[in-house]
Write a protein that binds this ligand. Structure first.
Ligand SMILES: [Zn+2]
Length: 350
């Protein structure tokens, strides 16, 4: 486990004093290490060696490979046990019922049964209430680990039954060092990835071995950068596209907006003479150009506008409307003032 020393320490102490909770809720941004920590904990409980987790014994290896009979990870992907196919919008009641059935059995070969629920915010009301019954009367030698990016989207009754453990984004220098030492990434690449990932080490590790991820990111970013010089019609077309994406995958659409916030924060950093701190270090020239186009007040204003749009979408506002309003707030090159003439149908003041 790289970083997360607070979380690791807390779990280590609970293990040593044999006061492990029967349910944990790991909260943290995507790719920050929630699954890795959960797997590490499951290995520690089932490892065959003295120094646990050894990472090398049969149990540790099978847990890491996802084929240990006593350790299950459930999420929104199709579940063969309950005969489902295709990615789902929610974690189904059938999956939770199956989980309850196997939680009632004795461990097959390990010492502890561990159930990891990835994306716990996707439990619907029915499946969450069903899980709640098990959390209220947990079988012995069973550990539940719920993973979520946002515990505000979980039923409060579920949250109150779990011990909350927060995982924080890692610093760029910690990630850079780990990429070079643990994953043998070359220094230049490690430097770029450690900044682009913004604390999400899992993304950096995947991107180090899969060129496609980096390419996808730069394609998304160039689409966003292009909006600065596009017409209102083109911006509205972009908003419409993103709204459709939002209806299919909330997370991926929000990711685009977060990428955009990051871009504008970088423009602000350059504008304020802190170019060394930018995230998009592979885009320095473009950042300097754009920083020359706007006054600081407009840059700040637009960062606020993106954040507002994200909040509104989080609170279930009409995504297309929120995004169209956002398009109208893009500062105009050279003047700064937004160019948008507010269309009649939005009914907003000019
Ligand atoms: Zn082991």
């Amino acid at each position: 486990m790289i970083g997360q020393s607070r979380a690791v320490e807390l779990l280590r102490r609970s293990l040593e004093s044999e006061r492990l909770s029967h349910a944990y809720l790991f909260v943290g941004k995507p790719h920050v290490g929630k699954t890795t920590l959960a797997i590490n904990l499951a290995q520690t409980l089932n490892c065959d060696e003295k120094e646990r987790p050894c990472g090398q014994c049969k149990s540790c290896l099978r847990i890491a490979a996802g084929n240990h009979p006593d350790v299950q990870i459930i999420g929104r992907w199709p579940s063969a046990e309950v005969g489902e196919a295709g990615m789902k919008k929610e974690i189904s009641i059938a999956q939770i019922k199956e989980l309850q059935r196997s939680a009632g059995l004795q461990p097959y070969e390990g010492k502890h049964r561990v159930f990891i629920i990835d994306g716990a915010e996707y439990l619907n009301e029915e499946s969450a209430n069903c899980l709640l019954k098990t959390l209220e009367e947990p079988p012995s030698n069973v550990l539940f680990i719920l993973l979520t990016v946002n515990d505000g989207r979980l039923l409060p009754t579920i949250v109150s039954r779990c011990q909350r453990v927060e995982l924080y984004p890692l610093s760029a220098s910690v990630i850079e060092k780990a990429l070079m030492e643990r994953w043998q990434v070359v220094p230049d690449k490690a430097k770029v990835l450690s900044r682009l990932c913004r604390g999400a080490i899992g993304w950096a590790v995947s991107a180090a071995h899969d060129e496609k991820l980096l390419q996808e990111r730069s394609e998304k970013l160039s689409g966003l950068i292009g909006l600065a010089t596009e017409t209102l019609d083109q911006r509205f077309a972009f908003a419409a596209g993103l709204a459709v994406q939002f209806s299919k995958s909330r997370d991926s659409a929000e990711e685009v907006l977060k990428l955009w916030v990051g871009w504008w924060r970088d423009i602000l950093l350059v504008k304020e003479g802190c170019a060394k701190l930018v995230t998009n270090i592979d885009q320095e020239e473009t950042l300097h150009n754009h920083a020359g186009w706007y006054d600081i007040a407009y840059i700040r204003g637009f960062i606020g506008a993106i954040t507002t749009a994200l909040e509104q979408m989080e609170q279930n506002a009409n995504p297309r409307l929120a995004l169209e309003v956002l398009m109208l707030s893009i500062p105009n090159k050279d003047k700064g003032e937004a160019q948008g003439k507010v269309p009649q149908h939005l009914g907003l003041p000019r």
